[in-house]
Design a protein around this ligand. Structure first.
Ligand code: ADP
Length: 494
């Protein structure tokens, strides 16, 4: 049994902006079920939604400031959540990364440095918590300084750093390195320096004992210039310590048999009932209620990564086809405007709901026939797995976790009942259109369609599978040892 401090900037259902929250809400729980002693460390954001009681545990002094540690619990689990309470940073309206006006926090570097320093004190057993970590499992740039700071401690715990998205790196001007009073020995090209900038993510990639990312394909992709965001050299240098583990999903929360957010529950043997959800979805979006017309849906952050421009470029053509198209999302204002315009231009065909709406996302998964995920890159992606569970056939681009979790529908794969979606290669509107035409032809072939739906619904995307792979990594790691230094002996590309 290992004592694991799981350091993360978001965790569902306490606070969520994206897939990282889903992972942080599920993986520690699954690892606890495998016998590990898990502690989740999270900032005590004002926006945190905790129905669990919160109690004061202790104070920790750091470099002139004092934070309080509060304790809560991951709902419906035995996993303790330790909250870093520092109202000056975290007690303000906004989300973990953006202020109430939607602008990145001006003091992001300060906020997450404080968070990382707190993690180090707890991990080293220097707090009054009477607890010392065997392993510190960090996630994304917000906790990237932890492996770096631990590397200069005597006898530190082992570290794992999970990359959920290489595109977010936590880059700040060099002056921040100085004003944050970070240890000078960490400033070098094999350390936190990235082209004269301070890089939080490099703290994780250069110093952690093991690096994981959220799908095997993405683990390979990030070692190439196209996906490595300038860190491909370092990642490739560390490839022996880099492994891709596909995320699981919360199969209780995303279960059409028990989903309380949908009007009609159903399963693979009662797929006919899905049409009631479809009708409800069509009404909700003021679209003609018609069982025969395929409903295509997209739920996403509206950003370039997700291939929203491909969707927008395809929509005028798609609107001439017999289908309905539904979007739920928010993000880039220009995408939002263009999608709203298209919805105005094609009423009864294209409908959009701007904003974040968890409940509606369940109705969409349950009611749609086809789900769009034409991402330019996708470390893992979750909605393609939710879609398969709900018998909603995903159309995905062959990248990252999408390539690892969706099996293309070709005559032989349909025949041998392994097909679960439509996969296309090029990040281009034409390719997306082609894929959509393929999907619509298949939709009309009721027998094949049902086979594809049922194959997807029977797949096991549980966290247990993934958690076992993380556990193997934990077990391979040395017990507290003195070897942790920068793992990059030769100069990396950055
Ligand atoms: P990413 O983390 O890159 O945004 P993922 O597919 O890994 O992408 O996870 C996104 C998660 O956020 C999914 O659970 C998805 O359903 C959810 N989501 C994204 N946008 C919305 C929205 N507007 N309303 C509800 N849920 C959303």
């Amino acid at each position: 049994m290992k004592k694991v401090l799981f350091v993360t900037s978001e965790a569902h259902p306490l606070i969520k902006t994206g897939g990282l929250a889903d992972v942080s809400g599920s993986l520690p729980r699954a690892l606890a079920e495998l016998g590990q002693e898990m502690r989740l460390l999270l900032p005590n954001y004002q926006a945190l939604e905790s129905k669990e009681p919160v109690r004061y545990l202790c104070r920790i002094d750091l470099d002139g400031v004092t934070v309080e540690i509060l304790e809560s619990r991951l709902p419906d689990s035995e996993v303790s959540v330790w909250l870093v309470d520092y109202p000056e940073y975290f007690g303000k309206p906004g989300n973990p990364y953006l202020d109430a006006q939607g602008k990145p926090w001006i003091d992001s570097a300060e906020r997450f440095t404080l968070f990382c320093r707190t993690a180090v004190e707890i991990a080293m057993g220097r707090s009054e918590l009477d607890w010392q970590a065997d392993i510190v499992h960090c996630n994304d740039w917000q906790s990237g300084l932890v492996p770096a700071l631990l590397s200069i401690e005597d006898n530190p715990p082992a570290t794992v750093f999970t990359i959920h998205n290489m595109a977010y790196q936590g880059l700040f001007p060099r002056s921040k390195f100085v004003s944050l009073n970070l240890p000078p020995q960490l400033w070098n090209p094999d350390g936190l320096e990235f082209y004269d900038m301070l890089s939080f993510i490099k703290g994780g990639i250069a110093y952690a004992d093991r690096i994981t990312t959220v799908s095997p394909t993405y683990a390979l992709e990030i070692q190439t210039p196209e996906f490595g965001c300038g860190l491909e050299g370092l990642l490739s240098h560390r490839r022996e310590d880099l492994i891709g583990i596909i995320n699981g999903i919360d199969q209780d929360y995303w279960n059409p048999e028990t989903d309380e957010y949908i009007p009609q529950q159903y399963k693979s043997t009662t797929l006919k009932k899905k049409s009631l959800n479809k009708a409800s979805l069509q009404r909700r979006f003021a679209l003609p209620v018609d069982e025969e017309i395929p409903v295509i849906a997209l739920i996403s952050r509206l950003v370039q990564q997700k291939g929203i421009d491909l969707v927008i470029d395809s929509l005028p053509h798609l609107a001439t086809m017999p289908l309905q198209f539904i979007v739920l999302g928010s993000g880039d204002k220009s995408y939002e405007r263009r999608l709203e315009n298209l919805a105005r231009l094609y009423p009864g065909k294209i409908a959009i709901s701007l904003g974040y709406n968890e409940k509606l996302s369940h109705l969409i998964e349950a009611g749609a026939d086809i789900f769009f995920m034409p991402s330019r890159f996708e470390p893992c992606g979750l909605n393609q797995m939710y879609s398969q569970r709900y018998g909603t056939v995903p159309i995905v681009r062959r990248t990252g976790g999408l390539a690892d979790t969706v099996v293309d529908s070709l005559p032989h794969s349909i025949e041998e009942q392994s097909a679960t979606g439509i996969v296309f290669n090029e990040p281009a509107a034409d390719s997306l259109l082609e894929a959509t035409k393929r999907a619509i032809l298949l939709f009309q072939d009721k027998r094949s369609w049902k086979t594809i739906q049922q194959t997807g619904m029977h797949r096991d995307f549980s966290w247990q599978n993934s958690a076992v792979q993380y556990l193997k990594i934990y077990q391979q790691l040395r017990p507290a040892a003195s070897t942790a230094q920068s793992k990059t002996e030769t100069p990396a590309s950055a």
